[in-house]
Design a protein around this ligand. Sequence first.
Ligand code: MLT
Length: 257
Amino acid sequence: MSEAPAMTDLGAGDPWVLLHSFPVDRRMWAAQCAALAADGHRALALDLPGFGGAPRMANDPPSLDGYADAVLAALDALGLDRVTLVGLSLGGYVALRVAARAPGRLAGLVLADTRAAADGPEARAGRVLNLGLVRSRGPSALIEKMLPHLLGADAPEAVRAALRGWAGEQSAGGVSDALLAMRDRGDATPVLATIACPTLLLVGSQDTITPPAEHAAMAAAIAGSRVEVVEGAGHLSNLERPEAFNAALRRWSAGRA
Ligand code: MLT
């Protein structure tokens, strides 16, 4: 395994790029990177700008396009023409921007615990409250507020502790940028019908933030896509049920060959 400052690069084979959720960083993909590498793929987990080891984005105001720019720049720097792109929640919003802007770079797409629709008025108002919280009390206060909604009923205590640790290490600036970018993101629903690469929708059965029904609706709009439900997991399905999540990736990958 080689470590660049803001990237995990594990294994050899066809490249998979993994984009993390909010407000954490690429460490959330450790189990998936290990499994993909063991299965003969190259797993690259990136820190989005402003998270983990990555500098904040230059885009002002912050936008999902700023994150997509960073992903495409990383692919160029790595000399990767086409990749399987995996995004969970915030990572899925970014993956949909990449799909819109550079569809030819995608050999496959995995959208996990995410949505295509933009924030409605209530969600936008919630972002403003969360911005105030992060600016006054930092990302640790935000993760405490989010935790009850992020995880399913039976989530292991170790997952809760890991999330607290990772979120607490993020900068208030990077987390605030993401809140603004998510608040102001556009509706990506029209992008769904343009997606032509093999696509998997993955969702925890107990995901109340981006529920299974939304994934079924996205799948209906993406030709040839398929949905898998990770039973017993909430919004962070890859962390709560890593074996089930990895098995779903494996089944889909084998089926598209
Ligand atoms: C995430 O898990 O990345 C967040 O729930 C995304 C969001 O707040 O919309």
